[in-house]
Design a protein around this ligand. Structure first.
Ligand code: B1M
Length: 212
């Protein structure tokens, strides 16, 4: 790994957003290979951050700070990638379910997925089944991710899936769900394609679904 890419890797793991930005710009100016910058400088450190979270060394704040540092680098890398037409791993439409305004976890999942190489379309919070459908039709995603933090809004995940069936788009996408009250058992009950308990595992799940 080139020295500057290793420095970017460390800055992402340490959540140093301004350091990431400065170093990514320097790497781009020096003509460092964009795929190496993305894979080794952005995606690999987020995997380490996820591992640190799972081993109990990092907690949600550290994970958020690292994710923001990665995002700071991605704002510079994204336009170069788009210009070079490097294919993303897959496309994901994500949102918090209808009636629910919690977005911290959903944002974290979105950032981790972006870090894992996915193109993300984030619909925000309080996303109705109709808004999800519009996004499916407009963006043709591989995966739809739905987050819920309230026991009262969780049931809208079920309603969203039933709406997809009614509108005959359910077979076009994989649906993954998560959020504090959500469980694998609930995912099975409503027929979602996957459940992840945290952002790191959501990225792993999305990669698995793309490989399958
Ligand atoms: Co609210 N809130 N809140 N709240 N809030 C909870 C969820 C609650 C558990 C607090 C409590 O009572 N102990 C409780 C829900 C009770 C229940 O339903 N069982 C609650 C309530 C009741 C409410 C209101 C109804 C309060 C009121 O007005 N009376 C209200 C509802 C508003 C609405 O949504 N309509 C409300 C409002 C709010 C704020 C606006 C003040 C704020 C949200 C700010 C924001 O998001 N921008 C807020 C907050 C901050 C919380 C707590 C304190 C923290 C949530 C959070 O961000 N956690 C929360 C208590 C708690 O959870 N301890 C609480 C950190 C985040 C990183 O974790 O979101 O779980 P989390 O995401 C994780 C995983 O769940 C998973 O990965 C993430 C990262 O590892 N994950 C996914 C999430 N989405 C995923 C999607 C996936 C896969 C994994 O695939 C697509």
């Amino acid at each position: 790994m080139e020295k500057i890419v290793k420095e970017i890797y460390d800055a992402v793991v340490n959540g140093n957003a301004s350091g990431v930005k400065t170093k990514v710009q320097a790497a781009l100016d020096a003509g460092v290979n964009i795929e190496s910058l993305l894979n080794e400088g952005m995606i690999a450190p987020m995997k380490e951050v996820g591992d640190l979270f799972e081993s109990g060394e990092y907690f949600v704040p550290e994970m958020l700070i690292a994710a923001r540092a990665m995002q700071a680098g991605m704002t510079l890398i994204r336009p170069v990638l788009l210009a070079q037409d490097i294919k993303p791993v897959g496309k994901v439409v994500i949102g918090t379910v209808k009636g629910d305004l919690h977005d911290i976890g959903k944002n974290l999942v979105s950032m981790m997925l972006e870090g894992a190489g996915f193109e993300m379309i984030d619909l925000g919070t309080d996303v109705s089944p109709e808004k999800f459908l519009e996004a499916i039709q407009a963006h043709q995603p591989d995966i739809v991710g739905i987050s819920a933090l309230l026991t009262t809004t969780m049931t809208n995940m079920d309603a969203t899936l039933r709406y997809f069936e009614e509108k005959k788009v359910r077979d076009q996408v994989k649906v993954i769900i998560g959020g504090a009250p959500v469980t694998q058992a609930y995912a099975n009950t409503i027929g979602a394609d996957g459940y992840a308990p945290d952002a790191n595992q959501a990225a792993a799940l999305a990669r698995q679904l793309m490989a399958a």
